[in-house]
Design a protein around this ligand. Sequence first.
Ligand code: HEC
Length: 131
Amino acid sequence: MKKLTFGTLMILTVAAAAPAAMAQDVAAGKTSFNKCLACHAIGEGAKNKVGPELNGINGRKSGTAPDYSYTDANKNSGITWDEATFKEYIKDPKAKIPGTKMAFAGIKNETEINNLWAYVSQFDKDGKVKQ
Ligand code: HEC
């Protein structure tokens, strides 16, 4: 009986913790995005700033935000942004795209990168949060 209770508790704990952890990831990612805000907008009505707006970044080809003047390095990188390419890029942008004009040293902390991706990837191309 004791064993069963423990096992049941474990399952309940894991099940209860998962949604809360995900919600927190997005919130933490929003805070992390403050590092990008000087140069990037995201969400409804986002405009290009020093850097391109980042709506719909999940699945977007590099260098394709309308009316933004990219470097050839960024435009010709051949990257389609997804979880893997974004995470690699944001660790060290100049290593992933040599010659980019994005003046950002990168984020090394894996948890922060995961949270950041949870935040940016939730916006569709119109800046609406995907359901
Ligand atoms: C100092 C300004 C600056 C900061 C800070 C900055 N970026 Fe950028 N970012 C740029 C510029 C400029 C470009 C365009 C690069 C080019 O054309 O070479 C860019 C490009 C990008 C791209 C490629 C977009 C595309 O359409 O191909 C992504 C993704 C990106 N930035 C994400 C981020 C994230 C996430 C952060 C915060 C962690 C961030 N950037 C911080 C200036 C910045």
